[in-house]
Design a binder for this molecule. Structure first.
Ligand SMILES: Cc1cc2nc3c(=O)[nH]c(=O)nc-3n(C[C@H](O)[C@H](O)[C@H](O)COP(=O)(O)O)c2cc1C
Length: 194
């Protein structure tokens, strides 16, 4: 289409792990590289958020203010999460709760999001992803279709941070393309016009 140029969507990447050697953070960084032609992917910290306490809503901690602003500035959110006890890790639920509060200032409402994650287990993060979809749906998040359950193996991502296996790489690129196509339908028309 004449005058059309690829929009620089801003995607906030939320990793559901606070572990230093998180395999999900490695996967998130690999996904950011894979999808970087269509969008700008930025990791958003959640490990510095205090444990949610409604008493703090009147005077939000600085890390919470920063986190909410980063989510609100993004056109889409990519969640890359491990599974803990067949659900999402507490650190991720904590971040979602801060994002949802205070009442009337929900940072998630209307965001487009995609969900993926990896774990060494045979069914990978299937149940955590299902719970996450349920939680986000209740917050008014528009969820991208498609599923990406990745069983973590040490050679999934190489030393340069790239997905090693060609078929897996192509599958994940398709997953990201589907996500950014949905984001494109929700961003303001002024952003996609030349
Ligand atoms: C408290 C806890 C609970 C876990 N529960 C599950 C689980 O239900 N399903 C699963 O596949 N892996 C489970 N695991 C294993 C994690 O998937 C594994 O530790 C993975 O490396 C975590 O991802 P990360 O490296 O990005 O933190 C659990 C790990 C922990 C520490």
């Amino acid at each position: 289409m004449a005058g059309f140029k690829t929009p620089a969507f801003r995607i906030a990447v939320v990793v559901g792990s606070n572990r230093r050697e998180s395999v999900n953070r490695k996967l998130a960084e690999a996904l950011a590289k894979l999808g970087s032609a269509e969008a700008e992917y930025r990791l958003v910290r959640i490990d510095d958020l205090p444990l949610y306490n409604q008493d703090d809503e009147g005077n939000l901690p600085a890390s919470v203010v920063r986190f909410k602003a980063e989510i609100e500035a993004a056109d889409g959110v990519l969640f890359v999460t491990p599974e803990h006890s067949r659900s999402i890790p507490a650190v991720l639920k904590n971040a979602i709760d801060w994002g949802a509060r205070p009442w009337g200032r929900n940072s998630w409402t209307g965001k487009v999001a995609a969900v993926t994650g990896t774990s060494p287990g045979a069914i990978s993060t299937a149940l955590a992803q299902q719970h996450l979809r349920q939680i986000l749906g209740a917050q008014g998040v528009v969820l991208a279709g498609g599923e990406a359950y990745l069983q973590f193996k040490p050679d999934l991502i190489d030393e340069n941070g790239a997905v090693t296996e060609e078929g897996t790489r192509a599958f994940l690129k398709g997953f990201l393309d589907q996500f950014t196509a949905l984001v494109a339908r929700f961003v303001q028309p002024s952003k996609v016009a030349a």
